[in-house]
Design a binder for this molecule. Structure first.
Ligand SMILES: *[C@@H]1O[C@H](CO)[C@@H](O)[C@H](O)[C@H]1NC(C)=O
Ligand SMILES: *[C@@H]1O[C@H](CO)[C@@H](O)[C@H](O)[C@H]1NC(C)=O
Ligand SMILES: *[C@@H]1O[C@H](CO)[C@@H](O)[C@H](O)[C@H]1NC(C)=O
Ligand SMILES: *[C@@H]1O[C@H](CO)[C@@H](O)[C@H](O)[C@H]1NC(C)=O
Ligand SMILES: *[C@@H]1O[C@H](CO)[C@@H](O)[C@H](O)[C@H]1NC(C)=O
Ligand SMILES: *[C@@H]1O[C@H](CO)[C@@H](O)[C@H](O)[C@H]1NC(C)=O
Ligand SMILES: *[C@@H]1O[C@H](CO)[C@@H](O)[C@H](O)[C@H]1NC(C)=O
Ligand SMILES: *[C@@H]1O[C@H](CO)[C@@H](O)[C@H](O)[C@H]1NC(C)=O
Ligand SMILES: *[C@@H]1O[C@H](CO)[C@@H](O)[C@H](O)[C@H]1NC(C)=O
Ligand SMILES: *[C@@H]1O[C@H](CO)[C@@H](O)[C@H](O)[C@H]1NC(C)=O
Ligand SMILES: *[C@@H]1O[C@H](CO)[C@@H](O)[C@H](O)[C@H]1NC(C)=O
Ligand SMILES: *[C@@H]1O[C@H](CO)[C@@H](O)[C@H](O)[C@H]1NC(C)=O
Length: 492
């Protein structure tokens, strides 16, 4: 236990120090099982031909579309966006002049070249601020064969064992449902299957493994594609992608993420979105406001999740600035109120509310930002009691009795913080105050105060009288305080 003197303040404790348990949480989740799908037409596109990326099952109330090159909605690779209401198109950094978007979201790629090979991602946003993603890969081969491998239909899955790994321990990323004629596996750091992000790959036909630039020396790939990751550290948090290749050069990919318990209420590196807890330390039964700061100007939707991932099953509540209405999710406890500025008020918190919360925001031009953090609910401390003993006639030991965990103890003398003299001694946990020898000036009212970061409580007053044997003296006690203990002070 830390000496109480080292944790005296509330509010100013760095977040890192509150999270004493340094452990890594591993989450592995496939792409959302969105019904939104993309179909390339024609399926086999020859170089120089036009390819229409047909969009199926778009929500009826879609208000806009974003197309990206790559398998994530990274704005640095935005091709084009389209706002349904104004029929306005805005080209992005990855626009090369040959793409055309239709009002139903479908994208026409004109005169495709081998450079158009790769992942394409469509992001749609609906009037109730629901964001859907569909990703697919597209190859333009000299052979004039086109492969299209949309994620939603991919069966390839990865299961981390254990699912919750502590720092310094090992985790096995088990690969399931690999297609029968898979000939090769490649593990990448991040969400992009690019040679520069390769950790390690394995080719079954030659029974050989290859190490890539992201190999750290702690990864072992098994012939079945599973990856053993040894001695994981905080630095290993982030996305990992497995890509498999079969004998016909079809590929499948699955992406997952290692998350760390050491997640702060601080923004994603590129996003200034942040959350402030008011108050920082909340006591059971009290209210806490999760204040949202640095929201993008044109934010249209806020989503609060109970946990570290943005999954519909753990949605607490969302708010749309387009319809000005809140929608409750499965994790709603009826004690949460979302404000139009995204801030979340949580009333009457209980110990069970301790844990992670994630906010996701969406802007009118479909940028998504998230912030994740944890709050701890502290129990209210009970009133301590004070007991005293004087084994020796000239000494006294007072003990502060409290059953609450994680408390710090301070001593109060005549309503002021006790100033220790050289005749006084505190036990290392501050529970016991000894005075030896006792003098006349020690007479007065003693209390002990126990506190945790959210509350504090003082014991009843304990009156210490010091009675001098010689010359005899009769201390006058206020009638409203009963004499609890008298110390016989021997005059020299
Ligand atoms: C659209 O969704 C329906 C039902 O959710 C599904 O049966 C159908 O296959 C989907 N269509 C496409 C082209 O994915
Ligand atoms: C988007 O891509 C750029 C360029 O590769 C990269 O620097 C940036 O980190 C990416 N952003 C995200 C959120 O992945
Ligand atoms: C979308 O519009 C394009 C161009 O008008 C059309 O060819 C295509 O069939 C439409 N997509 C769907 C799914 O209806
Ligand atoms: C493909 O990209 C490379 C490098 O950016 C460029 O030199 C080449 O001309 C491009 N090819 C075509 C057919 O556009
Ligand atoms: C493998 O695929 C089958 C059939 O699609 C599915 O039922 C099963 O859950 C999958 N296994 C894993 C571990 O994802
Ligand atoms: C893959 O191989 C490893 C090591 O032999 C084994 O522990 C694991 O169970 C295998 N994975 C599957 C999905 O069978
Ligand atoms: C695990 O990593 C830590 C820090 O990088 C290092 O000190 C330690 O020796 C490693 N342990 C093993 C078993 O590799
Ligand atoms: C908002 O963002 C600015 C710039 O990134 C930063 O200086 C400021 O501290 C942020 N405010 C909060 C409350 O996070
Ligand atoms: C939300 O909508 C209101 C009214 O439509 C607007 O004044 C406000 O600026 C919007 N908020 C954000 C963050 O865009
Ligand atoms: C958001 O709204 C709530 C309730 O009106 C208010 O208490 C809070 O200060 C607002 N948050 C910010 C960051 O302005
Ligand atoms: C707070 O929660 C406690 C326990 O769940 C309940 O007994 C109490 O009535 C609640 N108080 C309010 C104000 O909701
Ligand atoms: C006892 O009475 C005195 C004088 O009336 C008063 O100053 C003091 O605060 C009282 N103490 C307690 C513990 O009520």
């Amino acid at each position: 236990m830390q000496p109480p003197s080292a944790c005296p303040c509330r509010g100013g404790i760095p977040w890192q120090r509150i999270l004493l348990a340094v452990s890594l949480l591993t989450f592995w989740y496939p792409h959302p099982t969105a019904l939104l799908t993309i179909e390339p037409v024609p399926f086999d596109a020859a170089e120089g031909r036009d390819v229409l990326l047909l969009v199926h099952n778009v929500s009826e109330n879609a208000i806009g579309y974003n197309w990206f090159k790559g398998n994530t909605a990274n704005n640095s690779f935005k091709i084009i966006s389209y706002l349904v209401s104004s029929q306005m198109t805005t080209p992005g950094p990855a626009f090369n002049g040959g793409e055309k978007i239709y009002s139903n979201g479908s994208l026409l790629l004109q005169k495709v070249t081998q450079n158009d090979t790769g992942f394409y991602t469509l992001q749609t946003v609906t009037a109730d601020a629901i964001v859907e993603l569909a990703t697919g890969e597209f190859f333009v081969h000299v052979s004039l064969l086109t492969f299209w491998n949309p994620h939603p239909t991919a069966q390839l899955t990865i299961v981390p064992v254990p699912s919750d790994v502590a720092e310094g321990k090992d985790v096995l990323l088990l690969v399931h449902n690999v297609s029968e004629n898979t000939v090769g596996y490649a593990w990448y750091r991040g969400q992009i299957t690019d040679r520069s992000h390769l950790i390690v790959s394995y080719l079954k036909i030659t029974h050989s493994g290859f190490q890539g630039p992201e190999f750290s020396g702690r990864e072992t790939i098994h012939p079945n594609g599973s990856l053993l990751f040894m001695n994981v550290t905080k630095g290993d948090t982030g996305f990992y992608t497995l890509q498999t290749i079969d004998a016909y050069f079809w590929t499948e990919a699955a992406t997952g993420e290692f998350l760390s318990l050491l997640t702060f209420w601080n923004p994603h590196p590129t996003a200034p979105l942040s959350i402030e807890l008011v108050p920082f330390d909340v006591a059971e039964g009290k209210d806490v406001l999760l204040l949202v700061h640095n929201v993008s100007e044109n934010t249209v939707g806020y989503f609060w999740y109970r946990g570290q991932i943005t999954n519909q099953n753990i949605l607490i509540v969302s708010y749309s600035n387009l319809t000005h209405s809140a929608t409750r999710g499965p994790a709603f406890s009826s004690r949460e109120t979302i404000y139009p500025n995204g801030s979340l008020l949580f009333v009457n918190v209980t110990n069970g509310d301790t844990g992670f919360y994630t906010l996701q925001t969406t802007t009118a031009n479909f940028q998504i930002e998230t912030a994740t953090g944890e709050f701890r609910v502290h129990g209210l401390v009970a009133q301590p009691s004070l007991r005293a003993t004087n084994t020796e006639p000239h000494s006294v030991a007072m003990t502060c009795l409290s059953g609450d965990p994680g408390i710090s103890i301070t001593w109060i003398f005549n309503s002021q913080t006790l100033q220790l003299t050289d005749r006084m001694q505190l036990s290392p946990d501050h529970r016991t105050l000894s005075i030896d020898p006792v003098r006349q000036e020690d007479a007065g009212e003693y209390q002990c105060e126990v506190s945790n970061p959210a509350s504090s409580s003082r014991s009843d007053r304990y009156r210490l009288a010091v009675i001098c044997e010689w010359p005899p003296s009769h201390p006058v006690l206020p009638s409203n305080i009963s004499l609890q203990r008298a110390i016989i002070w021997h005059q020299p």
